[in-house]
Design a protein around this ligand. Structure first.
Ligand code: IMP
Length: 425
């Protein structure tokens, strides 16, 4: 049975939550492999709306096991809060249905405080992070001084590691950033209270995946953020601190690359970005405002307005290349209704040349000028359409042109937030 990797091909917020939720039905397991509660997946089920941050969307489907792989960074407080929130709404979350890798690194209070202090210290040149402590936690992982989920089972080791970490963090917090020192008690008291709740969820996620596969079950690997926020391939330094490309589904969950059979790229009908960093097709005009309002483009985690722009094939082509995308799911096509004309950026003019792939220099994207193809728009609202042939001709034309320009089939088109508002092709 084929396993699927689902990734966002832009700067996150492509509407992955809905697609992943739809694909999850029938999956034996859904695995997150990177990021943390900086992600925000909104899933609409009838009149109910769920905002998931850390827990995979598979949790809304009984019979599907959800796994957090070793590549995820776990804030124990946020994790327990999300479980409580779901349980209160009648979604059963327990260690039978949700397992967390013992190798996950923990986001601790000093990571969050450092993230926020560093951002305000940087002023104009800030990254625009979600302020959840993601970067500082991955720094500790790479610096080999991180605290892992399995350390919750070893209180002596936990105390020793937190003490050592605080000596360094407090020097920075008080010396450079003018913050109050964090005490060992602040951190350990919290962890002591949370540990009995988190420990029952801990598992060997790689072995869990192997067990599910041995039983003939299909697995979905659920990416968070988007390819252009990848720590290596994204628009550095305005990126997140994890690998968001499809290949990281392997390293971030403990399976060989031969277990990743199909890669679905989620692409929104236009493009958005939150936080700092250039976006070549950004619209600072009434069309950008139209997309922002009609698309309700507000960050799930931080409540920030997302910047909006035209579809950018340079960005999409790069994601297809970096991730081996097999097919695309197009989201929010309904938001484009009412525009006289829709534009697709097909290439950039950059330093006197026409280029098909994004420039790699730090200031490259800010200096690139988008070259557009203009297509006719359509007036009709699309929310009730369920068959591709029932779309207005101009909307069909737009979808087909994206397929031609990307070289990939669009297997799903989403025309509204609800599970039902989807055209499968
Ligand atoms: P961090 O992941 O909180 O360190 O933020 C780094 C950058 O990634 C910022 O520009 C954030 O706005 C962006 N980012 C992080 N998570 C998401 C997401 O789920 N959707 C969109 N942007 C995100």
């Amino acid at each position: 049975m084929p396993n699927i990797v689902v990734i966002g091909t832009q700067w996150g917020d492509e509407g992955k939550g809905k697609i992943v939720d739809m694909l999850a039905s029938g999956m034996a397991a859904v695995v997150r492999f990177q990021g943390g509660h900086n992600a925000g997946h909104t899933v609409a089920v009838g009149k109910d709306e769920y905002k998931l941050r850390l827990i995979p969307s598979g949790i809304l489907h009984t019979g599907t096991i959800c796994l957090l792989g070793n590549g995820v960074v776990l804030d124990p407080e946020a994790f327990c809060g999300e479980i409580d929130g779901l349980n209160e709404r009648g979604v059963e979350v327990n260690p039978e249905r949700l397992r967390v890798s013992r190798k996950c690194h923990l986001i601790l209070p000093y990571h969050r405080i450092l993230d926020q202090a560093r951002e305000s210290y940087k002023g104009e040149s800030k990254i625009g992070t979600t302020g959840r402590g993601i970067g500082p936690c991955y720094e500790d992982k790479a610096g080999r001084c991180g605290v892992r989920a399995c350390d919750l089972e070893d209180p002596d080791l936990l105390r020793k590691k937190v003490g050592l970490a605080l000596a360094e963090k407090n020097a920075l917090l008080t010396g450079l950033y003018g913050q109050k020192a964090v005490t060992e008690g602040d951190v350990l008291d919290k962890l002591e209270a949370l540990a009995p709740r988190v420990i029952p969820y801990l598992a060997d996620v790689s072995a869990e995946i192997a067990r599910v596969e041995a039983g003939g079950g299909e697995i979905m690997f659920e990416g968070a953020q988007g390819v252009h926020l990848d720590i290596d391939h994204g628009t550095y330094p305005f990126v997140t601190s994890s690998g968001t490309v499809a290949g990281n589904a392997s390293a971030g969950s403990g399976v060989g690359p031969d277990h990743l059979h199909r890669v679905i790229g989620i692409v929104k009908a236009y493009i958005t970005r939150v936080g700092s960093g250039a976006m070549a097709t950004e619209l600072a005009d009434e069309v950008g405002e139209y997309l922002q309002k009609k698309g309700a483009e507000v960050g799930t985690v931080t409540g920030r307005k997302r910047r909006c722009g035209w579809q950018d094939l340079v960005i999409l082509r790069e994601s297809i290349r970096l991730c081996g995308v097999s097919d695309l799911a197009l989201t929010k096509l309904d938001v484009l209704s009412g525009l006289k004309e829709v534009k697709i950026c097909v290439a950039y003019a950059y330093k006197g040349k026409t280029i098909q792939y994004p420039p790699q220099a730090e200031k490259g994207l800010a200096e690139a000028v988008p070259l557009y193809e203009n297509l006719p728009g359509w007036e009709e609202e699309l929310g009730s359409i369920r068959r591709f042939e029932d779309l207005p001709p101009a909307a069909r034309n737009y979808v087909r042109r994206l397929e031609e320009l990307s070289g990939r089939p669009i297997s799903m088109v989403s025309v509204g937030p609800d599970r039902e508002q989807t055209i499968r092709r």
